[in-house]
Design a protein around this ligand. Structure first.
Ligand code: VGL
Ligand code: ZN
Length: 207
């Protein structure tokens, strides 16, 4: 894979795996596929959803509100999730089967208490940058390939925001899995299409 490309592996953490606090169906079935994919890249970024206790995206932080309800946050609608990926807990650890020792960056996001961050580039206020755009730019990386969980939340938002920063973006279908909450999968596919994200299979990626 050329040096101007990077693989972004999104949120492959225990809490998003079957049995975890916010399980993505079949989330664990893509681990080996991602390991295989990562061997084709010299530049790999791993992301971790990384919330402080009492984070605003947790239903438990809003007395009287239920999990999966939408909350009117200061930056717009926010889905209220079960407590998940609390910083420093085993649920926030990367899946133990992930075998990507050459990953150059582990990027954590969502640690500001009042603001969520599905995207690895921009927090939900749509202003605060994580710094990933600069990290990629300073290495001359112009193309990214995105995989992981969840396709309809963190993968999709990361892919769309990358387009905003002028990157060429592909999402690898068989190396990603979604939650599909109230049509979120169809919505994410539409948004990626509008943003110019290529949804590809592994065999379509050229080395
Ligand atoms: C995610 C919901 C809440 C994700 C993170 O990784 O897609 N989804 N936090
Ligand atoms: Zn989260």
């Amino acid at each position: 894979m050329p040096a101007d490309r990077a693989l972004i592996v999104v949120d492959m953490q225990n809490d998003f795996m079957p049995g975890g606090a916010l399980a993505v169906p079949e989330g664990d079935t893509i681990v080996e596929t991602i390991n295989r994919l990562a061997r084709r890249f010299s530049n790999v970024v791993l992301t971790q959803d990384w919330h402080c206790p009492g984070h605003a995206s947790f239903a438990s932080s809003h007395p009287g509100r239920e999990v999966y309800e939408t909350f009117d946050a200061f930056y717009g609608p926010q889905v209220l999730w079960p407590d998940h990926c609390v910083m420093g807990t085993p649920g926030a650890d990367l899946h133990p089967g992930l075998d990507i020792p050459h990953a150059g960056l582990i990027l954590r996001k969502g640690y500001h208490k009042e603001v969520d961050s599905y995207s690895a580039f921009l927090e939900a206020d749509r202003k605060t940058r994580t710094g990933l755009d600069g990290w990629l730019a300073s290495r001359g990386i112009t193309d990214i390939v995105v995989c992981g969980v969840a396709t309809d939340f963190c993968v999709g938002w990361t892919a769309c925001d990358a387009r905003h920063f002028g990157l060429t973006v592909s999402v690898v279908e068989e190396a990603s899995r979604g939650i599909d909450l109230d049509g979120s999968m169809a919505r994410a596919q539409r948004n990626m299409d509008i943003a110019g994200v290529n949804v590809v299979t592994m065999s379509q990626l050229v080395d």
